[in-house]
Design a protein around this ligand. Structure first.
Ligand code: PMP
Length: 401
């Protein structure tokens, strides 16, 4: 018999498993609102025009080679990524006290940052929001950290439990690591206001808590790259240290290219240099060095003023379409007289709406309406279109009445 005969069938990933189930459904009206990937009004995946242009430039350049990148990745990409998230005028960049390494999208950046902290930071506990993206607890546990949660979402208001958040962070042991969603919180779509961010910053600095920002949606929340980076820039402006994981999956539509960056802002250039040397020791035995193509696309776009401007317009168009889907769904429920307060659909931010539907209701909608979503009631607004909004509204109406 096989030496693996004792293995039990592992469950599908709770998020990616939604697509597996969707693909098996032969219904013509089926709708996949599970995975957080942008779709056009026609329901198709989108490759940005600027990405096509950048790829053409790369292909036309016959001097380009396919040698290994350094362990830290494409150096120009790293510099441009730091500038994008921290701002061109960032004191940390000016003082050269930041290290940035190219990683395998947001997930890889979180994992490398997690392992670095587990190895070199005095506190091994990371606090994550309750609830959060399902992969967070697994990433940080396997990185060697102890995962605890802090209160974040209030089901009663479908908004932020700010009091609970302050209490939990206030009670965390000094020096604990805190994971913060930079914008467009996944799965709730609920972000702190700038005033609340300032209170969080003051509390965290006064307790010496270490901030680790997860920035998977820069530009996707508000449509503006600078607005969505504001919370991070507040934490850098005070001169303190922090980590930032960036992903280009959503905002450049580079999902499968796996391109992202981990930045560690330090207090001096000297420390940043030593941090980088240790990051290389984390990366080398993990995957040796990152891929070249996605980072090259990003570098072409970020370095060229015209392409950059074109990108911001395409990004804004994606963000605007999502915001318009929120309005259309809200209106469709209003028109149907669906019982309940659905204003959270237009108040929440980013790719997802946390509907408040429970697992039984979700399962009913999948069975009767062929609508697929995660069992926590999270729907991807990016997967909706004007054509599919009525079907979703019918299903929600049916399940709550
Ligand atoms: N963090 C959050 C909050 C996310 O929603 C995602 C994507 N679903 C990621 C990180 C990482 O995604 P990727 O590895 O594709 O960049």
């Amino acid at each position: 018999g096989s030496v693996f005969a004792h293995l039990v069938q592992a469950p599908e990933d709770p998020i990616l498993g939604v697509t597996v189930a969707y693909n098996k459904d032969p219904s013509p009206v089926k709708l996949n609102l599970g995975v957080g990937a942008y779709r056009t009004e026609e329901g198709k995946p989108l490759v940005l025009n600027v990405v096509r242009k950048a790829e053409q430039q790369l292909i036309n350049d016959r001097t380009r080679i396919k040698e290994y990148l350094p362990i830290v990745g494409l150096v120009e990409f790293n510099k441009l990524s730091a500038k994008l998230i921290l701002g061109a005028d960032s004191p940390a960049i000016r003082e050269n006290r930041i290290t940035t390494v190219e990683c395998l999208s947001g997930t890889g950046s979180l994992r490398v940052g997690g392992e670095f902290l587990a190895k070199h930071y005095h506190q091994k506990t990371i606090y994550i929001t309750q609830p959060t993206w399902g992969n967070h607890p697994k990433i940080f546990t396997l990185a060697g950290l102890t995962v605890k949660t802090y209160r974040y979402y209030d089901p009663a208001t479908r908004g932020l439990n700010f009091q609970g958040l302050l209490e939990d962070l206030g009670a965390a042991p000094a020096g604990s690591i805190v994971l913060l969603h930079a914008c467009a919180h996944n799965p709730t779509g609920v972000d702190p206001t700038i005033q609340q961010w300032e209170q969080i910053r003051q509390l965290m600095r006064s307790k010496g808590l270490m901030s680790f920002f997860d920035s998977a949606y820069q530009g996707f929340a508000s449509g503006s790259l600078d607005t969505d980076a504001k919370p991070i820039r507040m934490f850098v402006a005070d001169g303190g240290e922090c980590l930032v994981a960036q992903s280009y999956a959503k905002n450049m539509g580079l999902y499968g290219e796996r391109v992202g960056a981990l930045s560690i802002v330090c207090k001096s250039a000297d420390v940043a240099g030593r941090v980088e040397s240790q990051l290389k020791l984390v990366i080398r035995p993990m995957y040796s060095s990152p891929p070249i193509h996605g980072a090259s696309i990003v570098a072409v776009i970020l370095r060229d003023k015209n392409l950059f401007n074109e990108w911001t317009l395409e990004l804004k168009a994606m963000a605007d379409r999502i915001i318009s889907m929120r309005k259309q769904l809200f209106e469709a429920l209003r028109t149907r007289g669906t019982p309940g307060d659905w204003s959270h659909i237009i108040k929440q931010i980013g790719m997802f709406t946390f509907t408040g539907l429970n697992p039984a209701q979700v399962s009913f909608m999948t069975k009767e309406y062929h609508i697929y979503m995660t069992s926590d009631g999270r729907i991807s607004m990016a997967g909706l279109s004007s054509k599919t909004v009525p079907h979703l509204a019918d299903a929600i109406h049916a399940v709550v009445t």
